[in-house]
Design a binder for this molecule. Structure first.
Ligand SMILES: Nc1ncnc2c1ncn2[C@@H]1O[C@H](COP(=O)(O)OP(=O)(O)OP(=O)(O)O)[C@@H](O)[C@H]1O
Length: 212
């Protein structure tokens, strides 16, 4: 069966941080409908790779292509199609869960696809909607940050350790959301130290070694 065209490609990417080469001449092709899990020990360069792909960190050499074009030539379209969630909670601590959702929807220039309150219910945050995020637990804050996955229309999700602090139900919820995104033709690149329970689905694993 013919492989669909790559949504994104990393070509011959080399990253050096401080004195250390994290990876050299790395190639990766990201296809719609697939989830890419970047694995490796602490310090191997997983977050650095995600940041390079997202355009937040410059590689020493190599190119990132989006839909076959150099990313810097299609920056606007790339940013519109990208949702990046870093490993920190990424919520506004002074805003409530509801306000965080509304804030994020506003930055997207579109209303929430589903009513924010229903989304909060799905995320198990009912009863906490008026509490400032700063007063919520790490897992609850993480759930607010991940609510973006229900609000954003981006095709490409780049997620650094999305399962951190989530309980079993939260992880299952995220898996269901990932499934729906992949089935709709989206793509996901993530890091996770936990093995993904992703049998039979379109998972591609990329192992980074820790090298000096
Ligand atoms: N801002 C920075 N300036 C200089 N070096 C950095 C910076 N951030 C990270 N590094 C270095 O880059 C290397 C790779 O870090 P990175 O965060 O990409 O690893 P990682 O594989 O995501 O690790 P972890 O599993 O611990 O999250 C580390 O040796 C780290 O010291």
């Amino acid at each position: 069966m013919a492989q669909s065209a790559a949504l994104l490609e990393a070509r011959q990417v080399t990253s050096v941080r401080g004195e250390r080469t994290l990876f050299e001449d790395l190639n990766l092709a990201v296809h719609p409908g697939h989830l890419y899990q970047i694995e490796g020990p602490n310090g191997a360069g997983k977050s650095s790779l995600l940041r390079i792909i997202a355009g937040l960190l410059q590689p020493l050499s190599g190119d990132i292509l989006y839909k076959g074009e150099l990313r810097q030539h299609v920056r606007r379209e790339f940013l519109q199609d990208l949702l990046f969630i870093g490993h920190k909670a990424a919520v506004k601590p002074e805003l409530t869960a509801l306000e965080n959702l509304e804030f994020f929807a506003a930055t997207q220039g579109q209303p929430c696809a589903e009513p924010p309150f229903e989304l909060l219910a799905q995320l198990g945050l009912v009863g906490l909607e008026d509490v400032p995020a700063a007063n919520l637990s790490a897992g609850q804050q993480r759930r607010i940050a991940l609510a973006r996955l229900w609000v954003s229309g981006a095709a490409l999700w780049i997620l650094d350790e999305p399962f951190t602090s989530l309980d079993v139900a939260g992880i299952a919820l995220l898996h269901r959301r990932f499934d729906a995104h992949l089935q709709a033709g989206g793509a996901i690149i993530l890091t996770s130290h936990q093995p993904l329970d992703w049998a039979g689905r379109s998972l591609v694993r990329l192992q980074l070694e820790y090298s000096w």
